[in-house]
Ligand binder design. Structure first.
Ligand SMILES: [Zn+2]
Length: 246
């Protein structure tokens, strides 16, 4: 499967860069994961949004869903051939006000995620882990048919029991790393050191740092993550256009 970073900032877009959004492709199936602010512009550089097969939202924070509305307008108004007549958008149905907005006439249709068991979306088998965040949020573990390499995207979370076990065995960890190690509590995202600890405990091969703040010294984040690693683990920043073959 091919992961393409569309947007990687946490909080708000800046300097032309979008917030959280990722494209995952397998066997011609295009899954959009989160759809943050600026994501629709960035996505159009890679793929016509009309060529999406499905979208999945980890939680209803603006930096993960801000462009869902314009994605719906795009689907309704943009000329071109649609991959599917109505785009399914998967999300938790536990916040009805937000969930119901995922329906848009002749455009998109809400689909409730079932977090109790792995779910099949196209060629992907997706498992879920409830994270510790300000609103209900789910990390996703994604397995592709016929491929033993798996991807875990933490979505937004602070350190929480069970998260390392959820990640264990995955090859690639896409980790919300929003704070440097000295960030005091309370926190609702991972620090650099916590990302390192998760990578160590789960024995992942490759860590991609995402949800960095749009300000400050990004290199300090990478330095701290690398300093905290005890295994042979590659570390890189998520950045628009980054491709990772998993
Ligand atoms: Zn969030």
């Amino acid at each position: 499967m091919k992961l393409t970073v569309i947007g990687c900032l946490g909080g708000f877009p800046a300097e032309g860069k979008a917030t959280s959004c990722f494209l995952l492709e397998s066997k011609g199936f295009n899954l959009l994961i989160d759809c943050g602010s600026g994501a629709l512009l960035a996505l159009q550089k890679v793929l016509s949004p009309l060529q999406l097969d499905a979208a999945l939202l980890t939680h209803f924070h603006a930096d993960h869903i801000a462009d869902v509305g314009v994605l719906q307008h795009f689907w309704q108004l943009a000329p071109g051939v649609k991959k599917v007549p109505i785009l399914p958008i998967y999300a938790s149905n536990h916040e009805p006000e937000n969930f119901n907005k995922l329906d848009w006439p002749a455009s998109t249709q809400k689909q409730a995620l079932d977090f109790t068991k792995p779910m099949q979306i196209g060629p992907f088998t997706i498992s879920f882990f409830k994270t510790k965040h300000l609103v209900e949020t789910y990390a996703v573990r994604i397995k592709e048919q016929g491929n033993s390499n798996e991807l875990v995207y933490t979505a937004d979370t602070t350190m929480v029991a069970g998260l390392a076990d959820f990640i264990t065995g995955a090859k690639v960890l896409l980790a919300d790393t929003n704070f440097l190690a000295d960030k005091p509590e309370p926190r609702w995202h991972l620090t650099t050191l916590e990302t390192s600890q998760l990578a160590n405990q789960a024995h992942v091969q490759h860590v991609i740092l995402t949800h960095l703040p749009p300000f400050g010294d990004a290199n300090a984040f990478k330095r701290e993550v690398v300093a905290g690693l005890v295994n042979e683990t590659d570390v890189e920043f998520a950045r628009e256009g980054l491709i990772c073959e998993i």
